[in-house]
Design a protein around this ligand. Sequence first.
Ligand code: UDX
Ligand code: ADP
Length: 464
Amino acid sequence: MKTITKICCIGAGYVGGPTMSVIANKCPEIQVTVVDINKDRIDQWNTENLDTLPIYEPGLKEIVAESRGKNLFFSTDVDTAIDEAQMIFISVNTPTKTYGKGKGQAADLKYIELCARNIAKVAKDDKIVVEKSTLPVRTAQAIQNILENTGNDVHFEILSNPEFLAEGTAIEDLLHADRVLIGGNDTPSGQEAKDALSAVYEHWLPKERILQTNVWSSELSKLVANAFLAQRVSSINTISALCEKTDANVQEISRAIGFDSRIGPKFLNASVGFGGSCFQKDILNLVYIARSYGLNEVADYWEQVIIANDYQKRRFAGKIISTLYNTVSGKKIVLYGWAFKKDTNDTRESPAIAIADALLEEHAELLVYDPKVKEDRIYADLDYLGTRSPEENRRLLKVTSDPIVATKEAHAIALLTEWDEFTAYDWQKIYDQMLKPAFVFDGRRILDTALMNEIGFNYYKIGE
Ligand code: UDX
Ligand code: ADP
């Protein structure tokens, strides 16, 4: 079997950075070089002050501190790193296309293609190329075609090795992965490549959790895993709407069904809707692939998970408007949370964006507080929608760093992210300074109903 001594990873982002840090940490005899065309990002990875690494993940800085400069390097010299490595990971971004065919659904592969062309240009000996980005099915094939048709007559073996990290727990997920998937060709050189990558993970994971499959299965498994998880959230969210019309309580239902060992308790928390860079994108990819094979029923089935998610966001905003006597025009509403979940500063596809947009359409005056998301990001998220001018967004929505002062003379508070600090606030003090009746709309079900009612709030909790 081929022994790997040098690994190169193209893309120093959310996937490449943490994954390579853990590989380097667990495989001291392998030299790992992470490269990126973005010099600022590489400088940030090389910074003395480990509190300013470009990505925040619990446990990451400790691992970087141990390995950086020993066998973990961050560089902008992409070509040298490709040239020296026997194994090259591609971890570049693959956003949903914003133009042309498949716009709004298919993944944009231009960064992947540029990487493949670069590898083909530089490589002078055989390489194993591992696709690690979140990708639609058939990308390995596309990479293979580019490498074979433009390379210098060297052999490339392409593997698919999808990532299953959740933000906020990425290091934990890497160190104790439920499973690692390695997809590759069923040829002798394909098998050799799969075994070589498996040997890297076997440094810290039991062999039975490393699953070898064909390329299609590996690529599709990634989309299907996320589609199933998102489907659970949409399923319980549709039930939350039914609970609100009846006397049922969605949490009691989650608990009751979660005790069934065939269902299990995870991903059954009703919320304002799911967000994040993966769920929506991966389902849209699944839908796109199914439709491109003429499987319209399959496509419709999975598309419904997204439709239900959009419905949940709209429903929450609608609830705020109808409860505030059918008008929020000129009313001050404080939004607690902008990130798509707690413990991350990532806002990609965050439900807060759609909810804020719907309230702004009704001319509400919004004040946003999030402990980790910066003001620029919030405005960029809204401007990107293009619903109204950037000036209008800045006039109607303000960002604040003081969550308590923000509630002075507010009509309502909407809780959109489940940050722990929200439960620790002095809610009596907040109540005292709000306009009466004082409304709280809890989209994450984190506050204590009895306490909120006792203080005097008109308290709405999703799913009750
Ligand atoms: C997800 C997958 O979990 C991970 O395996 C994959 O590699 C990338 O996508 P991530 O997007 O980081 O990870 O977050 P996740 O914890 O899965 O949450 C996604 C969204 O669902 C969040 O907006 C979260 O608030 C929401 N959610 C999750 C719920 O609303 N209810 C739940 O019970 C669980
Ligand atoms: P992900 O969440 O998938 O890791 P990110 O956007 O956080 O996505 O990171 C992807 C990284 O890939 C970015 O830092 C970007 O600069 C880098 N990148 C994109 N294309 C190339 C390329 N051709 N060569 C090197 N780095 C690239």
